[in-house]
Design a protein around this ligand. Sequence first.
Ligand code: PHE
Length: 358
Amino acid sequence: MALKDFLAELDTLESDARAALGSAADAGALEAARVEYLGAKAGRLKAIQKGMGAVDKADKPAAGQRLNAVKQAVEAALEDAQAKLNSGAVKSAAPAIDATRPGRPVRRGRLHPITQTIERMKEIMGRLGFTAVEGPEIEDDWHNFVALNIPEIHPARDPLDNFYLSVASGQQAEGSGQQESQAALGPDGKPLLLRSQTSTVQIRTMETTPPPVRIVSLGRVYRPDTADATHYPMFHQMEGLCVAPGVTMADLKGVLQMFWQSYFGLEGEEHVDVRFRPSFFPFTEPSVECDIWHDGRWMEIGGAGMVDPNVLRAVGYDPEEVTGFAFGLGIERICMRQHGITDIRDLYANDVRFLAQF
Ligand code: PHE
């Protein structure tokens, strides 16, 4: 046999062996490749070695040298492949799913009870023609106070009743190890705060929309209350606003009555009674507290009233042309009453055993 042919056989073997070892995905495949190429009895290298007797005598040294070089190269490739497998660089080629395992039920998530209540309220108000809008939770002086007819000296602005925002100044206060901070100010130079009521959205809506408007806004509000069974420093409100020519308190009562009727799913003889008690809010005149008769007792659900002419003027509406009503109610209280939840903190403890019940 010519040396040229012998060397060609070795070349083919080397490249085949490298390919097989390089692509072996697990220990089994690697061992199979080892046996095929380096196997002492029937390996391909062994077979070529046996054919060396047919090589011309003068060419034997060159043939032998090349044979040894290929053997060493394949052995080195085997070691590399083994190291790679052990380091986990190659994942097992075994199927990721064991199709023979018995099935297990899929655990589905669910909406938080507050989210469910919000969705239901939004849906009912939507049917009454109210569009759901959103507003920011960080508010400025104008939207949280001034435009809502809350004067500079009003107790509603008290730092003890609001979460005013501050910014770290970046300097350490002398000795205390604490960062100094200063009030975060809005573009108007007045302090920013977390909104304490959703009534801010009334202003934002009217500022950007000419009358008539019919909106609800459901979202978070913040007050520095100590958490107990009925208080939490963050809770949710639904705000309603309807402004158009000729809107009266009778419309307010009618909308609330229809809303609660629908919310509690009552039909026929049964109906929800709505009761107004005189009250005061800076942004409504007259103002009322609203109760509904449900489950054999009066239940207080929130504040309401006719939008104060000062508020209409603040947003550029003409109180001679349009009137409006507004109401605001706490969502947690309704949700808790409906589900028999007795501690508001349970809603925000994120205990799945609690949440999975709704
Ligand atoms: N914003 C009031 C509150 O948080 C409720 C309210 C809304 C009252 C709209 C009147 C009109 O208590």
